[in-house]
Every structure is written in C-alpha cells, then in structure tokens.
Design a protein around this ligand. Structure first.
Ligand code: C2E
Ligand code: CA
Ligand code: CA
Length: 523
C-alpha cells in the first residue's frame, strides 16, 4: 500500500514538475502573444493618425500656397498645374480640386469636360471640413475617393491610400472616424461606431471587442480619430507559434522555457518592429556633446545625440538604426521623441545659461513635414524655453526636395530657430541649395578635420569652405576635433567653434551642466 502511495506521489510530483512548466509556458505564450498583438494594433492606429494628420496639414498648406497667387484664374491651366505641383509633394492624398456647390469644377487629375456632380455632403467637421465619404469619379469609376472640402478647395483621397500601412496577408481593418459621433471617414475592412466611445476623454484605448483587438487613437490636431483592428484568431496562431517551439524543449526545463520565450520574442521582431517596441518602452535617451568656442575654450551649446539601450543592456549605434527608421517611416516619431526628451532634460540648464543653445538633428523626412517646426516650438514652450535657444542640424540629403525644405526652414527661422548645415561636403548634391536657403551655421565634417596637417589638398578645400561660409554669412563649426594641433590650426584659419573628443565626448545632461558650471568658475 505504502509502495503504491509512494509511486503515486512520485508520479504526481513528476507530472507537476513536467506539467506545470508546460502549462505555465502556454499561459505565458498566450500573454506574450496578446501583448504583441495589442502593440501591433496600437502602432497601426498611431500610423493611421499620423498619416491623416499629415494629409490634412499638407492640404491646408496647399490651400495657403494657392491663395498666395490670387491672380491665377480658377480652373485655368495654370491653376490645375499649381494644384498638381502641390499634390506631387503631398505624400498622403491623391489630388486637389476646386469645388463650387456640389460640383467638382476641376482637379489636379487634369482634363475634365464639365463640372462633375459630387452629390451631397455626408458630414461636416467642427472646423468646417465638408466630407463626402464615397465619390466615384469618371476618370476611375471603380475607385472610391473621400472628398474633403475647405474654402472651395477639395482634397481627394483613395480609400485604399493607406493600404501599405499593413503590408501583410493577415486581415486588418483600419481607418479614421469623427470624434464627435463616431462616423467613419474612410476605412479599410470594418468599423463599428461604438469603438469611438472607448476613447472617452483619453488619447488612446486598446480593447477587445467583436472578435478583434481594437486600438483607437485621437488626433491631437484635428477632430478625428484613427482605429485599427486585428482579429483575435491571430492570437491563437501566435500562441501556437510560441508554444510549438517551446513544448518539445522538455518539461523539466521550465525556467529555460521562460527564458527561451523571452529571447524568442526579442529576436522574432524585425528592426522596424524593434524600433516600435523601443519607442513604446522608452528605450531611447540622449547624450549631449558640447560645442566649444575655440577662442575661450568655453561651451556655447551642445548637440543632442540619440542613444538606444535595449532591454538586454545592448547599446545600438544611431548610424545603424536611424537609416532604418528613415526607411520605414518611423523617423518622425523618433525625432519627436528626441525633442521631447531634450526639452525635458535641458530646460533647467538652458534657463540657467542664457548663452547656451541645444542642437537637434533632423532627418530628410522632418524637413518635408509641416509639423516639425510647430512641434519643436510647442515642446520647448511647454517647458518655458524659447525657440531662439534651439538649433536644428540638417544634412545635404534633406535639401533634395528644395521647395519643401525651404518652406520648413523659413518657418523655423520665423520662430527664431537657427539652422545648421550638417556633415558639410560629404553629400553628393550640388551646392546650389546654398544660394536658395539660409543657414546660420555650417558644420565641417570630421573627414576634413582629420585631413588637416596630413593632406595639403584637403586643407586647401577646408580653406575654401571657410571662405565660402564667410561670404554666405554662415558661422563655421568644426566637427570631430581630436587633437590640439587641429584646434589651433582651425582657429588660425578663422573657425570660431568646434566639437570633438579633444574637448568632450557626448555627455549626460548632468555632466554637461557640470562642464558649464566649471566654465563659469574659471572666469
Ligand atoms: P553627426 O550628426 O555627424 O554626429 C556626430 C557624430 O560624431 C556623433 O556620433 C558623435 O558622437 C561623433 N563624434 C563627435 N566627436 C567626435 C570625435 O572627436 N571623434 C570621433 N571619432 N567621433 C566623434 P553618434 O552619436 O554615433 O551619431 C552618429 C550619427 O547619427 C550622427 O552624426 C547623426 O547623423 C545621427 N544621429 C544621432 N542622433 C540623432 C538624432 O537624434 N536624430 C537623427 N535624425 N540623427 C541622429
Ligand atoms: Ca549632427
Ligand atoms: Ca555631423
């Protein structure tokens, strides 16, 4: 009997030892899968809002540009050409047109024999945007457009305009809706107007309903929201995926299983997915590399340099992930994050040191986006810092679309933000942008600084750059100064400012503040 009991107890213990980790692993697998699906849905909704915000901004910007040319006749060839130029620069709408009453009189699509009846308006937003949800045009009778009208101008957007957001063969629904009453504006897949209510007064919500994981997010600029929904059945598939890989690992290895799960999750994601995760988990931080006045060796500002520390402690270099973020359309979110961090980090320091500025690196996409300048001003205003304390650094790559860059740079300047041309001399573009755009600073790239004293021809080039900067009234900052000899030579050539390891490596904000305090003690 007692032998029987022992056997039974052992069997039970073995079952528990082997079984519990498996059950646990499956539960954890399900939890991880749910977390992942929710995060995916949330970032999809955020992307919908970002693009719709951008479309409306570009539309408003386009209207403002058209109004600058009142001499052009309505619907004349010149009018249509102007609208076409604006449309070509806009990323997230398909055409612009002129509307009178219920008629589309002409559009950037070109040739239109007579005014085209659009039919009645479906809804009018608080700001007076009249929206028709589904318009079929003679030029593309099978393609439904959303038509939004403001001040007699129309913006035409295909319902499928955002189909690339979710380039995956799973069934996703996403689109936009009015915040006031939850009317869909455009959508792909399905939308339920009660999803709107889940938002309440909050900025976003993620919930489960009708067999979906649903995320809704409010636009901060306009009175609409974005939604995304992914069917819950993908949860089962993802759970299977996690469990299938884990179960054969053996019941005894419970702890190993959990660790494996975690690794699996980390390594499964592509770099864009990892970047989204990094944004969500706040894995980015910023270091500050002082800019030095070569005459006094005192700090006059610093450049903000992003850093990414992954959950496992790995530090990823910005030159590895910034290009990926630029390619996959995440850079604007990253720039916004950098600006928020910098505003928070440096507000006290900037208020204590009125002579100091902070410089922020902008990517080409930031120089195409109408929201960059207002975002910069707003983030710093929120912490009591004036825009005049900000410098932005733009590279030659950002000047490829000159017209868009000019608009944004003018706007930055009108706010008192200064602009530096970064990595000067390394791009392949012609220098013609220099005569079209105004820069306050020119940053000589490290490769030229490295060549000082070593290569007479390059030294010659540096002198030319310095002369040209003087002619164009730009102040020169030399980058990557590592030796005293370089610093002395640059100063003798009339370069007033420099950055580099000779003076400081990128510092934490506290170390930067300590450096400034030391500068002041030495006066
Ligand atoms: P960059 O704008 O040319 O920044 C200067 C880079 O040179 C920084 O590298 C800095 O740490 C490094 N550096 C500074 N002084 C010296 C020196 O004396 N010697 C050497 N060898 N290196 C020096 P980091 O921080 O790795 O950044 C690399 C690039 O990543 C930056 O080049 C910039 O293009 C990009 N980046 C960094 N932060 C941001 C950001 O917030 N937004 C965007 N869009 N790009 C960023
Ligand atoms: Ca820079
Ligand atoms: Ca640079």
């Amino acid at each position: 009997m007692s032998q029987l009991r022992t056997t039974f107890t052992r069997a039970l213990a073995a079952l528990l030892a082997f079984g519990l980790p498996i059950v646990g692993a499956i539960l954890i697998a399900r939890h991880l899968a749910a977390e992942e699906l929710e995060a995916e849905t949330r970032s999809l909704a955020a992307e919908v809002v970002r693009r719709s915000d951008q479309a409306l901004e570009q539309f408003e910007h386009g209207i403002a540009q058209l109004k600058l040319d009142p001499g052009i006749d309505r619907c004349s060839e010149a009018d249509v050409t102007r609208m076409r130029e604006i449309t070509l620069r806009a990323l997230h709408f398909d055409a612009m047109g002129r509307v009178s009453g219920d008629f589309l009189e002409c559009s950037s699509f070109g040739e239109q024999a007579s005014p085209y009846l659009l039919g009645p308006t479906d809804l009018v937003s608080d700001s007076g945007l009249a929206i028709r949800r589904r318009v079929l045009l003679p030029i593309a009778p099978n393609v439904p457009f959303v038509v939004a009208v403001k001040d007699g101008y129309a913006m035409l957007v295909r319902h499928s305009v955002a189909s690339d957001i979710f380039a995956d063969d799973r069934a996703a629904s996403f689109g936009t809706f009015t915040l006031k009453d939850g009317h869909p504006i455009w959508e792909q897949g399905r939308f339920d107007s009660k999803w709107n209510r889940a938002l309440g007064n909050g900025p976003e919500a993620v919930f489960r309903g009708d067999g979906n994981v649903v995320a809704v997010q409010r636009s901060t600029r306009y009175e609409f929201g974005g939604f995304a929904a992914l069917p819950l059945r993908y949860l089962d598939a993802a759970t299977h995926y996690f469990s299938r890989t884990l179960a054969p690992a053996g019941a005894g290895a419970g702890i190993l299983l959990v660790l494996a799960l975690d690794r699996l999750r980390r390594h499964r994601g592509s770099v864009p997915a990892m970047l989204r995760g990094a944004l969500r988990r706040n894995e980015f931080f910023v270091l500050y590399q002082p800019t030095i006045d070569l005459r006094t060796r005192r700090c006059i500002g610093a450049e903000a340099l992003i850093r990414w520390r992954q959950a496992n402690g790995n530090l990823v270099r910005p030159d590895l992930f910034i290009p990926v973020a630029e390619e996959c359309g995440l850079i604007e979110r990253i720039t916004e994050r950098v600006v928020s961090i910098v505003a928070r980090d440096t507000a006290a320091l900037l208020l204590a040191h009125p002579e100091c500025h902070v410089a922020i690196n902008l990517s080409p996409a930031d120089l195409q986006s109408a929201s960059t300048a207002p975002m910069l001003r707003a983030r710093f205003a929120a912490v009591g810092v004036e825009s005049s304390r900000i410098v932005v650094e733009a590279t030659e790559r950002g000047m490829l679309n000159l017209d868009a860059a000019r608009g944004i740079l003018d706007e930055l300047h009108s706010m008192g933000i200064r602009v530096a041309i970064d990595d000067f001399g390394t791009g392949h573009s012609s220098l013609s942008y220099l005569s079209n755009l105004k820069f306050d600073y020119l940053k000589i790239d490290k490769s030229f600084v490295d060549a000082i004293d070593q290569n007479a021809a390059t030294s010659h080039v540096v002198n030319h750059i310095i002369d040209m900067a003087a002619t164009l009234r730009m102040t020169v900052i030399a980058e990557g100064v590592e030796t005293e000899a370089q610093a002395v030579t640059l100063l003798s050539w009339g370069v007033p400012y420099a950055q580099g390891w000779l003076f400081d490596k990128p510092l934490t904000v506290d170390a930067w503040a300590a450096r400034l305090a030391a500068d002041h003690q030495n006066t």
